[in-house]
Write a protein that binds this ligand. Sequence first.
Ligand code: CU
Length: 285
Amino acid sequence: MGFRLWGRRSVSPTCRTTRRQSKRRRLSGAAAVALVAASATACSNEAIDQWSRGGMPEGVTEQSQIIQTLWNGAWIAALATGVVVWGLIFWAVAFHRKKRNSEALPPQVRYNLPIEILYTVVPVIMVAILFFFTARDQTEIMKVSGTAPVKVRVDGYQWSWKFTTHYQGQKVEVAGVPVDLSKQSNENPQGPQLVLPVNTKVEFELHSDDVIHSFWVPAFHFKQDLFPGNVVNRFEIKTLDRTGVFIGRCAELCGADHSRMLFSVKLVPQAEFEQYIKSHAGSAQ
Ligand SMILES: [Cu+2]
C-alpha cells in the first residue's frame, strides 16, 4: 500500500544512513543553537543593562545615580506621552477618514474651547513636573560640602588638561599634551590620567587658560564648563565602590584640536590612592 512505503519497515538501508546523518546534523545544529543562545544571553544581558540605563554608561558616582533616575523618568514620561499621541493619531486616521463614496469631509472640530484649554493646560503641567524634578536633582548634584578629602584643580587649555590633586597637604600635578588619535581606544585611553580613590568625596575646581572648555567624564553622567577669567565653577562627587579607568573628553568645541583633548579617570582603592600620592607628590608629570 502506498502509505506503507513511508512506514518504518519499508525504509531502505540508504534511507537509514540518511536518517542517522540527519540526526547527527540535528544534534550538532542543536549544539550550535545552544552556543549561540548562550552567547546571545551574555550579550543580551549587557544589552538589557544598557537599555535599562537608556543608553547611558554605568555611573561611578552617587550623583550619577540621581541623574540616571531622572533620565529614566524623563524617558518613561516621554514614551507614555508618545503612546497617547500615537494612539490618538491612529484612532483619528482609522475612524475619522473621508468616506470613499462621499465628497463630504468628516466632521471638523475647530475652536473647541474645552479641547483647546486641555491641550494648553496638560503640556504646561507636564513641563512643570519635568522642571520640578530637574530643579530638585540639579540642586542636589550641585551641592559642594567643602569637606571633600580630595580636591582637584582642573586647568583646561588648548588642547589638553592639567590636574592638580590635593590630598592631606600633598599635591600631585599631571599635565597632558594633545593626544595622538590613532593610538586612542577605550581599552587604552590616551592623555593625562587623573587618579582618584573609590568611596570618597572629591571636589573639583574648574579653570581655563584660554577659551571655554567643558570637563566631561561620561561615567559621571555630568559635565561642566571651564571659563577663562575669574569665573570658577565647582562641583563635588562621591565615588562609588567601583574601580576602573573611565574616559574623559572636552565637551565644548574649543578649537582646531578640540578632539585631541582627551583624558581618563582611574578609580582605585583608598590604599592604592595613598600610595600613588606618596610616590608622585611634589612631582610634575
Ligand atoms: Cu576644549
